[in-house]
Design a protein around this ligand. Structure first.
Ligand code: ADP
Ligand code: MG
Ligand code: ZN
Length: 476
């Protein structure tokens, strides 16, 4: 039997506001346990939450970037459950009246585009963190994260493969980071994803029973967990069994999912409107103001790069992976006037050096101005492309501008015809046998002579000039 997977994702993104969603406490990561707390986020009796306006604006940014409709009025609800990381015994979230609904994002898969629907985006507060000491049978509770603002982005069950799910997740991630409303750190949990997956016989319309996967803290693990789960469900159905609706935990070490709780054990959250918070009214003027503040989004930037700089879509994709990288590239182009050459150097050498050390482009030792200057020196013929390869490595290691390194290392290319002719004459005189063979028709030996001249000049000679002079002089 051939099956088709059906996948829908629920993504939680921590917002980068300075203070928490319902109190003035800091949202900074780290901090000694329970130092960023107050009676409100500790859930003391008698306190009242006050909504942080920035949270609404950040959530609106994501809603606008994903083509959602923003509701004129939304409100908060209490989601009730008992767990030691939740001091109030309920999480303030949105339920019946979310901030935004009916959006979409486009993903690229197998060379084509596909639209993935977004069901809703709502605001909520994060819970605290439990810490366990392996030498001491106790749980410690850190409530610094309690009340940190989150948005939850729920997708339609529109994805049909783990690759589509990964592409969708990356699109959300880059959008959040571009908007500068989430740091996107999956390992620290600022960007988390629960994946719902079911399978159905190919051609059938009705969805199968789904499972919900949790505990994947990288894009790769989301994809691996989905692939494992799709196979697991296939074995069950092929065996005549039925998939049980349940929540399963991904085990990274073993590469499998384990049952966490079944539908019967699922929480009944007993949602009800939070009486402590008034509904939030969002008018058109506010939406317009937020819209005006939106930056250029990744897809728009990509299309503009292809149009404006005439670079291949692949290059544009790599160069717009982050706003900082795109800005760096555009600065090199602005200063050098060479979009394609700039793209080659940034994508090739600069990104390779950075990736080797997992260093951010914002901390790149080769400044955009230095790279542009180097491109200019190649263009002028001061250095050859081959020398530039060496030079950029040195620029990266030392953080120094190209001119200083060239001077110190005597890296100047020999472009003087007279000097080079002398060297070539010497090389020809030293290899009479090869010369005779070459003149007798063994043209392959041309490369041998080029190599000898390169060696004699320590790679400093201008290659087109070597070719030109050698051709002339070998002919006699
Ligand atoms: P819950 O409230 O239990 O989280 P929802 O109906 O809100 O359930 O769905 C959560 C996610 O599961 C959504 O992203 C949705 O697209 C996805 N989903 C719903 N049904 C299926 C299914 N049969 N197979 C795969 N994903 C599904
Ligand atoms: Mg769910
Ligand atoms: Zn607080």
């Amino acid at each position: 039997m051939e099956y088709e997977p059906v996948i829908g994702l629920e993504v939680h993104a921590q917002l980068l506001t300075n203070s928490k969603i319902f109190c003035g406490c800091s949202t900074k990561f780290g901090g000694s346990p329970n130092s960023h707390t107050c009676p409100v986020c500790l859930g003391m009796p008698g306190v009242l939450p006050v909504l942080n306006k920035m949270v609404v604006e950040y959530a609106m940014k994501m809603a606008l970037a994903t083509a959602c409709g923003i509701n004129g009025e939304c409100s908060f609800a209490r989601k009730n459950y008992f767990y030691p990381d939740l001091p109030k015994g309920y999480q303030i979230s949105q339920y019946a009246y979310p901030l935004a609904e009916h959006g979409h994002v486009d993903i690229e898969v197998n060379g084509g585009r596909k639209r993935i629907g977004i069901t809703r985006i709502h605001m909520e507060e994060d819970a605290g963190k439990l810490m366990h000491d392996e030498h001491n049978p106790a749980s410690y509770v850190d409530l610094n994260r309690t009340g940190v603002p989150l948005i939850e982005i729920v997708s339609e069950p529109d994805m049909r493969s783990s690759e589509e799910a990964a592409a969708y997740l990356k699109r959300l991630h880059e959008t959040l980071v571009y908007l500068d409303i989430c740091d996107g750190n999956m390992e620290e949990g600022s960007f988390r994803c629960d994946a719902n997956v079911s399978i159905r016989p190919k051609g059938r319309e009705a969805f199968g029973t789904r499972t919900e996967l949790k505990n994947m803290n990288s894009f790769r693990n989301v994809q691996r967990a989905l692939e494992y789960e799709i196979k697991r469900q296939q074995y069950i159905l092929d065996d005549g069994g039925a998939v049980v609706q349940e929540t399963r935990l991904w085990d990274d070490g073993q590469g499998v999912t384990h049952s966490m709780r079944s539908k019967e054990e699922a929480h009944d959250y007993r949602y009800f409107p939070d009486p402590d918070l008034v509904p939030v009214a969002v008018n058109g003027a506010w939406i317009e103001k937020v819209k005006e503040g939106l930056p250029e989004l990744p897809l728009e930037k990509r299309e503009r790069f292809v149009r404006e700089y005439q670079i291949p879509p692949y290059d544009a994709g790599v160069l717009t992976a982050s706003r900082a990288l795109a800005d760096y590239y555009e600065e090199v182009v602005r200063l050098s006037g060479q979009p394609k050459i700039a793209s080659n150097w940034v994508m090739g050498d600069v990104l390779r050096f950075l990736n080797e050390e997992k260093r951010d482009i914002r901390k790149c030792p080769v400044k955009a101005s230095a790279l542009a200057a180097m491109i200019g020196l190649i263009e002028k013929g001061t250095i050859s492309g081959k020398m530039a390869k060496e030079l950029i490595e040195e620029m990266y290691k030392s953080g120094r501008p190209p001119e200083a390194i060239i001077k110190e290392k005597g890296m100047v290319q020999i472009t003087d015809e007279g000097a080079l002719s002398g060297t070539i004459a010497g090389v020809i005189a030293a290899n009479p046998e090869q010369l005779a063979q070459y003149r007798a028709g063994k043209e392959k030996l041309f490369g041998f002579f080029v190599g000898q001249v390169m060696k004699a000049t320590q790679g400093k000679a201008n290659p087109p000039l070597i070719n030109e002079l050698l051709k002339k002089m070998l002919a006699g």
